[in-house]
Design a protein around this ligand. Sequence first.
Ligand SMILES: [Zn+2]
Length: 313
Amino acid sequence: MTEILDIFKLLLKKRFPFKFVYSNEYWLLDPGHHIFPIRKYRLIYERLLAMGAKKENFLKPEPASEEDILRVHGAKYLRKLKTGTLSSTEAQALELPYSQALIKFALLTVGGTALTASEALKDGLAVHIGGGFHHAFPDHGEGFCVLNDVAVAVEKLRADGKIRKAMIVDCDLHQGNGTAVIFSRKDHVFTFSIHQMDIYPAEKAASTLDVGLWSGDGDEAYLTRMRAHFPRLYREFRPDLVIYLAGADPYGKDQLGGLDLTLDGLKERDRIVIAEARKLRIPVAVVLAGGYAAEIEDIIAIHINTIRVAQRA
Ligand SMILES: [Zn+2]
């Protein structure tokens, strides 16, 4: 009996040989009638269970500590968030209604990405069913982003002595402006952002490498640019960890964007980022980032495809 159980466990491990990080509290935040599809987190979790993932595959994050947040964000900003004393301009920039639940969500998400990054170092790969809030700057948040989970995770692992160098591969439709500013003049992090030029943020910050695309660009334009840089950048920079923002918003039917990627094109993008890193034995932490297609099923399909690519890598 125990033998059968062992074989079963082995099979299970083979199906998902890495961890997911997820909290049921992620979707308790109610942003009201808002384009941000908060319920995608729960739907992806349920879909993974239907695909054979077991409860043991999932790790539950803790909210990030103040010490971890303060490696990236200013004490004044964090205090304002916690005490509800943002100015009206600062609160408006978030483009999400301010609430204590929002701050709780942001802190938990940061903890989630930090846990995912640390698990990726153990298993070679880990997926956060959340995260990717790249428009958060040291002293303010904007565009649905309160705290920069990816930046805090990198700096935490570095402070813990677990990594020396990290690469952030940001394939969300929007430029990773907050992340770019946080790591400008910091040699230990390579920030890569491929994004649509003629949308938010109006002012692009300088990443280590930016690739700008224009409305109407599709699979070919996108993938040609990706192949021009990967795996070359991995070989040149030799990061100890890649954090991949696998945004679903470059999709052709996204309501906020104008790029024209197909589901297959997005899958190939995932393959380039994840599989090429794994071939070089670089650990990859995946975070979901954005996605605003009118049909939530499309958003779920894109994220699940990313996870399937991770499974095969
Ligand atoms: Zn986005």
